[in-house]
Design a protein around this ligand. Structure first.
Ligand SMILES: NC(=O)c1ccc[n+]([C@@H]2O[C@H](COP(=O)([O-])OP(=O)(O)OC[C@H]3O[C@@H](n4cnc5c(N)ncnc54)[C@H](OP(=O)(O)O)[C@@H]3O)[C@@H](O)[C@H]2O)c1
Length: 455
C-alpha cells in the first residue's frame, strides 16, 4: 500500500522523501541528543541523511515512512515516524523521532496514536511492537499512554553495528470484548465455560474460585454428584451458575428421558438444568432405529423445556442430517450444538448449517485435548500475539462466535483459559488458522463411532 497522508489535530503525516533531507539534516538527524535515543547515530554529513532517505520506498508494503509536519507552523517539518514489518516476529513495529525544539508539546503521543490507528485500521493488524531506549522515559510514557504494554528488555546495536543499544520492548494488542453469547430463545451463554470430563475432585471448586460459572457435565462422565456437591459447597446461589448436562444414547426414549433427567438433576442437587443436550445422535452405526429414538427423546426434552425444568435444550455431535430429524418434526429446534471443534478440525459444513439456522455452536476439546500443543504453525502464530498456543486456540473459536468449555485440573491454567480477551487475531491469521489441514481430530465421528458397551 502506498504511504498515505494522515491528518491529526495538529499534524500532517505525509510520505517522507529525499527532498526532505536538507531540513531533516538541519533540524534533527545531526543532533546527538535526538540520536542517543534512536536506532541511528547522529549524522555527520548531509550525505548520510540523503543515504538514509534514498532507501525509502513510498510503494512498499512493509515499510511506511512519514514526515511529521506542524499544521500551525506552515507545515514545518520537525520529525519522522514509521511503521516497519519485522519478518522474525511477523509483526509491525512503530517508531518516531522529533527535533528537540518540538519536544514536550504532546506531539509524540499524537504521532504514536496516529501510527497505531493507521496500523490497526489500514494495515488491519491487531498486534504492534514498540521499543524505546531505556533512558528515554518520555517515549516510554507516550507508548504506555497509547495502550502499549511492557513485555521485556532487549540489547543490541544501533544501525552502525557497533554502538550498543539497550531498549524496552512493548506490545500493543487490540483487545476483545467478553460479551455473553445468546441462544435464539434469549438465554445468555458465557463465552467460556468449564469442561468437567475427567476433572479431578476439587477442580470444580477451584474453577469457581477462578471465576467460572458455566459447568459442562454429562451422565456419561459419572461426575454429576461431584460437580453438584462442589457447586453447593461454594455457596454461590444456584441461579448464578449455568449447569449443562447430557443424556447418553443408552438413556434414549420418551419415558427414559424423563428418568434420565431426574437422575441428572438429583445427582447435581438441583431441580432444573440450564441446558440439557443429547450427547450423541446414536450409540452405534448399526442402529437403524436412531431417528425414532431421537424423536422420542426430543419429545420429552421439549416438554421438560416447556415446563420450565430446562432453560435450553440442544444436542451434541449432530451433523446436519441428524439435526434435521428434530428440526423437521418438532416445534422447538435445538438451541445449541456442542461439537468437537478446534484449529485443525473446524467442521465447517456443520458449523455453517448451525449458524444459518440460529443454533449456537459450542466447542468441546477446544484445545484438541493436548494434541495440538506442539503444532509448529499454531505456535508460530501464538508467538506473534505473545500468547500461549492454548490461548490462541480458545480465542480463535471465540472470535468465530463459538463458546468454549476447556477442561483443566490446574488452577493456573484455569485462570489462563479465562484470560483470552486481551488480544485479537487479525483477519489474515484467522483465515490461515481456519484453512489449516486437518490435525488433532479425536477420530470420533458421529456416524461411525461405536459406543456399544460404554455406559
Ligand atoms: N460432547 C462431547 O461429546 C464431548 C466430548 C469431549 C469433551 N466434552 C466436553 O468438553 C470439555 C473439554 O474438552 P477436553 O477435555 O476433551 O479437551 P480440552 O479442553 O481441549 O483439553 C483438555 C486438556 O488440555 C490441558 N489443558 C487445559 N488448559 C491448558 C492450558 N492452558 N495449557 C496447557 N494445557 C492445558 C488439560 O490438562 P490438565 O487437565 O492436566 O491441566 C487437558 O489435558 C470436556 O471436559 C467435556 O466437558 C464433550
Amino acid at each position: 500500500m502506498r504511504t498515505p497522508t494522515i491528518e491529526t489535530e495538529r499534524l500532517i503525516l505525509r510520505p517522507l522523501t529525499v527532498d526532505d533531507a536538507q531540513n531533516a539534516f538541519e533540524r534533527w538527524t545531526t543532533d546527538p541528543e535526538v540520536a542517543k535515543y534512536m536506532m541511528y547515530t547522529a549524522h555527520k554529513s548531509i550525505d548520510e541523511t540523503i543515504g538514509w532517505m534514498s532507501t525509502i520506498d513510498i510503494d512498499s508494503d512493509t515499510a511506511y515512512d512519514f514526515a511529521i509536519c506542524a499544521k500551525d507552523e506552515d507545515n514545518y517539518l520537525f520529525g519522522s515516524c514509521g511503521v516497519y514489518y519485522c519478518e522474525d516476529d511477523q509483526v509491525f513495529e512503530v517508531g518516531y523521532n522529533l527535533a528537540r525544539d518540538h519536544w514536550r508539546k504532546g506531539y509524540g503521543t499524537e504521532v504514536m496514536q496516529a501510527l497505531v490507528d493507521f496500523t490497526v485500521k489500514q494495515l488491519h493488524q491487531t498486534a504492534i511492537r514498540g521499543r524505546y531506549d531505556i533512558h528515554n522515559e518520555v517515549s516510554g510514557h507516550v507508548m504506555k499512554k497509547c495502550g502499549f504494554e511492557y513485555i521485556g528488555e532487549g540489547k543490541g546495536f544501533k544501525y552502525d553495528g557497533v554502538t550498543p543499544h539497550d531498549y524496552y520492548l512493548l506490545r500493543y494488542n487490540v483487545k476483545g470484548e467478553k460479551t455473553d453469547l445468546k441462544l435464539y430463545n434469549g438465554l445468555s451463554v458465557a463465552p467460556i465455560g468449564f469442561g468437567t470430563y475427567k476433572a479431578e475432585e476439587g477442580s470444580v471448586s477451584k474453577a469457581i474460585e477462578n471465576g467460572y460459572r458455566y459447568f459442562d457435565t454429562a451422565s456419561f462422565y459419572m461426575n454429576e454428584e461431584m460437580v453438584g456437591k462442589e457447586i453447593k459447597e461454594s455457596g454461590i446461589p444456584r441461579e448464578e451458575v449455568f449447569l449443562a448436562s447430557k443424556i447418553w444414547p443408552t438413556e434414549f426414549g420418551y419415558k427414559e428421558t424423563y428418568e434420565a433427567f431426574e437422575r441428572s438433576v438429583s445427582k447435581l442437587g438441583t431441580d432444573y438444568l440450564d441446558l440439557y443436550l443429547i450427547h450423541w445422535p446414536k450409540l452405534t452405526k448399526k442402529d437403524d432405529q436412531w431417528k425414532r429414538k431421537l424423536s422420542d427423546t426430543w419429545k420429552a426434552m421439549e416438554e421438560l423445556y416447556k415446563a420450565g425444568k430446562i432453560k435450553a435444550i440442544g444436542v451434541s455431535n449432530f451433523l446436519p442430517h441428524h439435526l434435521r430429524v428434530l428440526m423437521d418434526n418438532f416445534e422447538t429446534k435445538p438451541m445449541v450444538n456442542q461439537l468437537e471443534l478446534h484449529i485443525g478440525y473446524m467442521q465447517q459444513y456443520t458449523v455453517d448449517f448451525c449458524k444459518a439456522n440460529n443454533i449456537h455452536v459450542q466447542a468441546w476439546s477446544p484445545m484438541g485435548r493436548g494434541r495440538l500443543n506442539e503444532d509448529e504453525f499454531i505456535n508460530s502464530i501464538a508467538r506473534k500475539y505473545l500468547v500461549t498456543p492454548q490461548k490462541l486456540m480458545l480465542r480463535f473459536l471465540n472470535q468465530n462466535g463459538i463458546s468454549v468449555i476447556p477442561k483443566t485440573n490446574d488452577p493456573v491454567k484455569m485462570s489462563q483459559n479465562l484470560d483470552i480477551f486481551g488480544f485479537t487475531i487479525c483477519d489474515e491469521d484467522m483465515s490461515l488458522l481456519m484453512a489449516l489441514p486437518q490435525t488433532g481430530f479425536s477420530g470420533e465421528f458421529a456416524d461411525s463411532v461405536e459406543f456399544e458397551g460404554r455406559m
